[in-house]
Design a protein around this ligand. Structure first.
Ligand code: B1M
Length: 209
């Protein structure tokens, strides 16, 4: 019998092979894809997020868990689509123009996926036009921006303005090492999060999920 707690535990440990094996087992045993996602993967990622926030684990452990989550989603995603399971919302995420740092952005993206959001990752060095275009095309609930340089964080204000000027419904949220709540207030972001786990909580809050 597939054990979703064992699946969550394997994900927390970042044991990719066991995660994939247990996902296949759960599917073969006709467990609902939504149940596998919520009680196995999201439950596991939730623990990873809480431990990361509490400094009980660090970036390498989270990256390993994120890799296992990716492998799991490769198997589960087609089943979720077949079953007509809707994501709780869509988040477009990217690192702002002029900035190539993506490790933190990727962690946030993975926590978003782990929280049940559809994630459209538009990469690094992303112009305000590309943020707007993608948020519009994807009817995004959240427009999420990352910046790691004091010289690029000013881009965030331009993106927020462009999203608002385009009349999009997407809520804007920002983060990255040099970014603060005070800066978020200054540039008019709808939200700021200091780490990847808080970012996932905030994204859900912003879209009312
Ligand atoms: Co660069 N770099 N780097 N770098 N780099 C920093 C950021 C720097 C602080 C190093 C230093 O001087 N001490 C410094 C910035 C100084 C400043 O602006 N004040 C710096 C610099 C100067 C540069 C270059 C200009 C160096 C040069 O070429 N002269 C250059 C710029 C290139 C460019 O972007 N145009 C550069 C290049 C690089 C590498 C390519 C070598 C590499 C990036 C590789 C990659 O990302 N694929 C790199 C790295 C690795 C770093 C450090 C060492 C680590 C960054 C990182 O990945 N941290 C960094 C120094 C440091 O931070 N110790 C540094 C781990 C990551 C998990 O944390 O991204 O903060 P972070 O994400 C966190 C939170 O911030 C938050 O959640 C994440 C997880 O908790 N978060 C969000 C992030 N995005 C969020 C979005 C949200 C919410 C939360 O909502 C949407």
């Amino acid at each position: 019998m597939a054990n979703l707690q064992a699946l969550a535990d394997a994900l927390i440990k970042g044991d990719r092979n066991t995660v994939v094996e247990l996902i296949h087992k759960a599917i073969d045993e006709d467990l609902k894809p939504k149940e596998i996602l919520e009680n196995g993967l999201i439950a596991g990622m939730d623990v990873v997020g809480k431990r990361f926030k509490a400094n009980e684990i660090y970036v390498p452990e989270v990256l390993i868990a994120a890799r296992a989550m990716h492998a799991a989603m490769d198997v589960l995603e087609p089943k979720l689509i077949e079953a007509g399971v809707e994501p709780v919302g869509t988040a477009v995420i990217g690192t702002v123009k002029g900035d190539l740092h993506d490790i933190g952005k990727n962690l946030v993206a993975m926590m978003f996926t782990g929280a049940g959001l559809k994630v459209v990752d538009i990469g690094t060095d992303v112009s305000p036009e590309k943020f707007v275009e993608t948020c519009k095309a994807e009817q995004a609930g959240v427009c999420a921006m990352s910046a790691l340089l004091t010289t690029t964080m000013s881009q965030m204000g331009s993106i927020i303005k462009a999203v608002k000027d385009a009349g999009l419904a997407a809520k804007t949220m920002i983060g990255g090492a040099p970014v603060t709540q005070a800066f978020a207030d200054e540039v008019g972001a709808d939200g700021y999060a200091a780490d990847a786990a808080s970012a996932a909580d905030l994204a859900k809050e912003l879209i009312g999920a």
